[in-house]
Design a protein around this ligand. Sequence first.
Ligand SMILES: [Zn+2]
Length: 453
Amino acid sequence: MALAVDDIGFLTRALAQVPRFRRRERWSRLQLEAYQACALRRLRAFAYARSAFYRDFHRGLLDAPLAELPVLTKRTMMERFDDLVTDPALRLRDVQAHVADEGRDPLFAGRFRVAITGGTSGQLGVAVYSEGEWARLTAASLVRSPVQGSLLRQHRTADITSPNPLHMSTQAVMTLRQWPGPELHLLATDPLPEIVEALNRFQPELLILFAATGRILAEEQAAGRLQIAPRAVVSVAEVLSAESRRRMDDVWGPVTFDAYSATECGGIATECELHQGMHVWEDLVIVENVDSQYRPVPAGAWGDRVLVTALFKRAQPLIRYELDDSVRFVAAPCPCGRPFRLIEAVQGRLQDVLRFASRGGGLVQVHPVVFHAVLDALPVGGWQVVQDGAGLHVLVTGDVDEAGVRSELLAALRAQGAELADLDVRRVAAIPQTATGKTPVVVRRTQDRAGRL
Ligand SMILES: [Zn+2]
């Protein structure tokens, strides 16, 4: 797909920032903390000067420490969107019209990137980035890519992402595609045999995919149908479980690199070459690990929520923005010497791959992105797909046509080769939460014969 944005100008801008990010990799912890404190002061001064929402939200707390400020939920962020953003061109109604416009320009109002998230809260969120903010994220991803400088050295890169152009992963990959080099673009919704064949032909050195796709492809490699030898496999946008990583490492060696990101603030953490966890991008985001009462959680223990403060965002400032993820920090610094703390693992946002009887016999695995492609495009408030012993159940909130949802989903699943007699779509007042307050979008309650989940 050709990009209509000013590619050369953007790339120059991003590349110009690469040396700065390289220097940060060698900062001491003290240097990093001093920088963070200063960047936070600048962010807050900007937000209080330009955002009516933050002046009100932090009233009486303008000089209080970060930990004493109120938590910003996605609901509040969306309800107060027009007051929260700092550019008069950003009006939620207009941004939503842009999102709904199939023939939209890549940039909103000529200067903003827009990404949307259904996320795990079941509520639509809108994230906007100025071109300068996007260039910073791009420079950081270049420096923190597992194959450093890979784009400039023209490694053979294959990506398998979402068909939704507003998905954060699609936008990130689209940006990286502007670099020249041998590349292959596939969609996670493409039929598996086609993906396997294309990868065999292309032989990628760098493979970027969703965790669930990685697991499916590891099984294909183990079965001998897929025969590739990537130097790095980068798992994006979803939680990579220990089991999925083990299966991927079994067939490709220890080349799996996990990445933790959120649509609202971009990259949060990426894995270094030592594979001891993910280094938090602390020069761009302050990450607080908290329990369900928003009390700080020490390193080594699991939290219930993550609060992010995006130090680099100005168009849509995010201060103590709540993410529905559970993470665990590593107490010790990484032996690689980088100053950035390590997140050992992320729970939550775990999306199940569902299995269905295949038309050709056997089982076909269906990636959650197939459901996202159908349901995120509909005017549903929230949704959840549950597979259990009785079949497939789809819960939706909002004013939707259940029969229409049903037939669209059946068509999408059949396109994947799934042999599915029926599924039921039910309108509910609210999507049920798990005991930990999460609302996963795809849930599998059945076990296969081996007893594996
Ligand atoms: Zn490291």
